[in-house]
Design a protein. Structure first.
Length: 358
């Protein structure tokens, strides 16, 4: 099967010609992580001399240095270098899920013109880091025959009900809020028709600057004008969970400064906070590490698959269960902050699963 990967690439243009940022941005990110030009050059597959030539060329283009060397302390990015790295991360965080969906649509269009290809199992999933890892694993398997699209929690469920997908990957909170969420699902989720496949748990909470300078420890502190907030998009499962938490604590979104400002993904929210555009935002823990933020835990939730019981023995679903229950995938998930494998690949009845983690 032909695989398609679409990435966002940006260019700067001066009086002469456009200049691609792809190589430079990857190198600057390595400098930020490693703190040395030599290590960054090695990780980027280039010589030390070539690395410095690259940096010098772009410094000349901008008229400002991108990297500064400190004797005995390695190398640091300048304000401009840091801004470029952040902008690239923010761009990928905002567009990543959309570009993935477009690539999947193109794959399906091409597949329709090729002979003798087996039917594919369609997964509609709320975007997250564990499901993104799964996509990477499945891409390495020949003929995995799984078409993964990202959409909101509710849209994934609507697709499953309308038979526009075979599996929906969604999330439910632990604790007091679980009963309310389960009640909404029970209105149409017939236990005799559907089954649950276990996947992961993930920690949800607030992104704050390193050291938590505003001492944010709970949602009640978001009231008023002292703390600014960046929200998730309307309709997303994370936005719904946050609104349920606000209602539980008797907080109105109108009391929160910035609640009308939105980003489309967890990583985009974290990038927003990291750049100082807001003091805090709500999401999964994993991107806090990438953006050098602290994280205030609020709630844990299950992320799992729902499907019609009749497809459980199909080869694509068996392959999916094999992958998510493998030691290799478990290690990959456990490397993500706030994520943990939870009965991955285990088939459960709807009733049993809904009664867990109340």
């Amino acid at each position: 099967m032909v695989r398609i990967n679409i990435e966002a690439t940006w260019h700067f243009t001066n009086e002469t010609s456009p200049h691609s940022m792809r190589v430079l941005l990857g190198f600057l990110h390595e400098v930020k992580v490693s703190g040395t030009i030599a290590t960054a050059a090695e990780h980027s597959g280039m010589s030390f001399r070539h690395a410095w030539n690259l940096v010098d060329q772009w410094a000349s283009f901008f008229g400002e240095p991108l990297v500064e060397r400190k004797r005995g302390k390695g190398s640091n990015l300048t304000a401009l270098g840091n801004k470029l790295v952040w902008a690239d991360q923010h761009l990928k965080a905002r567009l990543g899920p959309q570009l993935h969906n477009i690539a999947q649509e193109l794959e399906m269009e091409l597949a329709s013109l090729l002979p003798d290809l087996p039917p594919r199992i369609r997964i509609h999933a709320s975007h997250g880091f564990a499901i993104s890892k799964l996509s990477d694993f499945l891409a390495k398997i020949p003929d995995s025959n799984i078409d993964l699209r990202y959409m909101t929690n509710q849209a994934s469920l609507d697709s499953l009900r309308a038979q526009e997908c075979e599996l929906a990957a969604i999330h439910l909170p632990h604790g007091e809020l679980r009963s309310r969420s389960v009640a909404a699902l029970k209105k149409w989720l017939d236990p005799s028709v559907y089954s649950v496949i276990g996947f992961v748990t993930r920690e949800m909470g607030l992104y704050v600057k390193r050291g938590n300078p505003l001492s944010i420890i709970d949602l009640g502190q978001l009231r008023g004008s002292r703390i600014t907030f960046v929200n998730r998009d309307v309709g997303s499962g994370t936005r719904l969970l946050f609104e349920q938490l606000l209602a539980q604590h008797k907080i109105s979104s109108d009391e929160i400064t910035g609640s009308q400002v939105v980003e489309q993904t967890h990583a985009a929210v974290a990038a927003h906070v990291a750049r100082g555009m807001a003091d805090t935002g709500f999401g999964v823990e994993a991107p806090a590490i990438e953006y050098d933020l602290d994280f205030v835990h609020i709630i844990r939730e299950d992320y799992f698959f729902i499907c019609r019981s009749g497809i459980l023995n199909s080869k694509p679903v068996e392959k999916l269960r094999e992958v998510i229950s493998s030691p290799e995938y478990r290690r990959a998930v456990n490397s993500l902050a706030g994520y943990a494998v939870s009965d991955a690949g285990v088939i459960k009845t709807v009733k049993k699963f809904f009664n867990e983690n109340r």
